[in-house]
Design a protein around this ligand. Structure first.
Ligand SMILES: Cc1ncc(COP(=O)(O)O)c(C=O)c1O
Length: 395
């Protein structure tokens, strides 16, 4: 028996970007010491012990948890925003989500229920792919906003006919994959002027290297929603918990719809997240680990002839492929070819930049999510054979 088939023209999920990297893993695994996987931005360091203890002590297992989030969690989020971002957002303008990826993927369908005459989702042309996918899943039209050479979105390039139909404008600062920092005040002002809600994905805000942490909420909460995650901040990607905060009407609309749809963060996870948000010291320690790894990788890549612009934030290195015939051959993107060479020579698995939009096709992204001793393996291998011979897994 076969499963249900799609009707002609029905949605077929594309291959997941990280499932395309089999050849890289195979090449990198040939190195003594094995592959060093820097392809996925998944934390490798342990979460704080007190958070793990909190998971087992909430007493919330029996009953259904609150969909919008417990008062404890929303208060902790509000206090954290006050401490770290200098903004006053009442707990009533905060709502929980089950990790932010599901929220990002779902926002277009929820907003479309609110504004049925709109169907456009604006997102940076170089971006975390779920902004575009959320639009596709809601049968909306994703519109990529051009990104200028300084890494900031060129909102002046948004066509009027797209702006009037826009459900939201997505921004991500610090940016995955480029590490660039956005002009959040300018984007919030554009959104207010055009009556387009601005959704600001700030999951890397605690890892801001250039200046203080910045939030769209610093421009006021009207017309904007900040999206925050515990995954990167506290190494809790496995717990699945985040929150939104901002415009009270937008937050309560989203929370209301999502309550009917049955979205709930598990009770013990809500308590653990509140405990994590109450502590900044583990984040400070984590920040230093990422800083050290990023600086080390920058030195390694510069020595291998691949200088990298230091990221303004986040824990990625956005590495440009060298220009030349080796990197523009065979119909493959220079990114894919560079990724293959790095797997063969450095035993390191990276993420080709195409995954973040066509403008990423000449870069690869490295996530500084392995301990320094693993990164040193990459440094030693690349120093011994900067790029080696052209490589394929079948040779
Ligand atoms: C920009 C960005 N937004 C959202 C997410 C999703 O994070 P989570 O669902 O773990 O909160 C990620 C994860 O890598 C990300 O890079």
């Amino acid at each position: 028996m076969t499963g249900p088939s799609t009707t002609a023209g029905g949605f077929v999920p594309p291959v997941y970007p990280f499932d395309k990297l089999g050849e890289y893993h195979e090449l990198a695994a040939r190195h003594r010491g094995g592959a060093v996987d820097l392809s996925i931005g998944t934390p490798c360091d342990p979460p704080p012990l007190m958070v793990l203890e909190a998971l087992g002590s909430s007493g919330t297992e029996r009953g259904y948890p609150s969909s919008v989030g417990s008062q404890e969690l929303r208060e902790a989020a509000s206090q954290w925003m006050k401490r770290r971002l200098g903004v006053e957002v009442p707990a009533s303008a905060v709502a929980a989500c089950v990790g932010t990826k599901e929220l990002v993927a779902g926002v277009p369908q929820w907003l479309r229920l609110r504004s049925p005459d709109r169907d456009v989702v604006l997102h940076p042309e170089l971006a975390y792919p779920t902004y575009e996918m959320g639009a596709v899943l809601a049968r909306c039209r994703p519109v990529a906003v051009p990104v200028r050479p300084d890494g900031r979105m060129d909102v002046a390039a948004i066509r009027e006919e797209d702006a009037v139909r826009a459900l939201c404008l997505w921004v991500n600062s610090p940016s995955n994959p480029s590490g660039m920092l956005e002009d959040l005040d300018g984007l919030a002002a554009w959104g207010r002027e055009h009556d387009v809600p601005v959704f600001s994905d700030e999951c890397y805000v605690e890892f801001t290297w250039s200046g203080p942490p910045r939030s769209v909420l610093q421009s006021g909460i009207e017309g904007v929603v900040a999206v925050h995650s515990l995954s990167k901040r506290s190494n809790l990607a496995g717990l699945r918990v985040g929150f939104i905060a901002g415009d009270p009407e937008l937050v309560s609309y989203l929370a209301g719809v999502r309550r009917h749809a049955g979205f709930m963060v598990a009770g013990p996870v809500q308590h653990a997240a509140a405990v994590a948000l109450g502590d900044d010291s583990h984040v400070a320690a984590q920040r230093e680990l990422y800083r050290e790894r990023i600086e080390y990788l920058q030195r390694v890549f510069a020595a291998a002839g691949l200088p990298v612009v230091p990221p303004g934030g986040a824990f990625y290195l956005w590495v440009a492929a060298p220009r030349g015939p080796d990197f523009a051959s065979g119909g493959e993107s220079p990114a894919f070819e560079l990724g293959r060479k790095l797997a063969a020579s450095g035993g390191v698995v990276v993420s080709p930049g195409d995954a973040y939009g066509p403008s990423g096709r000449a870069h690869v992204r490295l996530a500084a999510v392995q301990p320094l001793e693993r990164l040193r393996l990459v440094g030693e291998r690349l120093a011994a054979a900067p790029f080696g011979p052209p490589a394929t897994a079948s040779t």
